[in-house]
Design a binder for this molecule. Structure first.
Ligand code: FES
Length: 169
């Protein structure tokens, strides 16, 4: 394996020497995997596949086991995250009020699939369970801001307003 540079799933070069550094720092520590993953995530913002492969090789743990650990803890992400996280609620109240259409419209407006990050890395679009604002259904959150009583034909306007406010830069 090339340990200096590899491509991530989104095509950018990953400097694997940074992963080597994390492995070196913790390799003799009991329970080394979590601090190594934390260090790698801090470095890249997520856990790139080439980094997982390298950690797997160095710690002699299967990549699928590492992915299992990473998906168990909410703090780890297997895909690149955007500057801003959009969480569209798919809980019961929102579902009844058309959350599926809202999610589809967001996906179309941002040109990104659910669970993925836009090419410019500004937005990550996620589907989540109840956001605790059912009376405002259907609801989405952009970072810490709740947007409620959404309609599929106004979602594009909300995104436009967010971009125009400079919020996305
Ligand atoms: S179901 Fe969407 S906020 Fe509760």
């Amino acid at each position: 394996m090339n340990t200096t540079n590899e491509k991530s799933i989104q095509g950018e070069a990953i400097d694997l020497s940074k992963v080597e550094k994390a492995v070196e720092k913790y390799k003799n520590v009991k329970g080394a995997l979590i601090p190594i993953l934390q260090m790698v995530q801090t470095e890249f913002g997520y856990l790139p596949a080439p980094a997982i492969d390298l950690i797997s090789e160095r710690l002699n743990i299967s990549a699928s086991e590492i992915v299992g650990v990473a998906t168990f803890y909410a703090q780890f992400h297997l895909i690149p995250r955007g500057q801003h996280i959009i969480k569209v609620c798919c809980g019961t109240a929102c579902h009844v009020k058309g959350a599926k259409k809202i999610a589809e419209k967001l996906s179309e407006t941002l040109d990104v699939s659910l669970g993925m990050t836009t090419k410019d890395k500004v937005f990550t679009l996620e589907e989540v369970a109840c956001l605790g604002a059912c009376s405002l259904a259907p609801v989405m959150m952009v970072d810490e801001n709740v947007h409620g009583k959404l309609a599929s034909d106004t979602v594009a306007d909300v995104i436009k307003e967010i971009k125009e406010s400079g919020f996305s830069q």
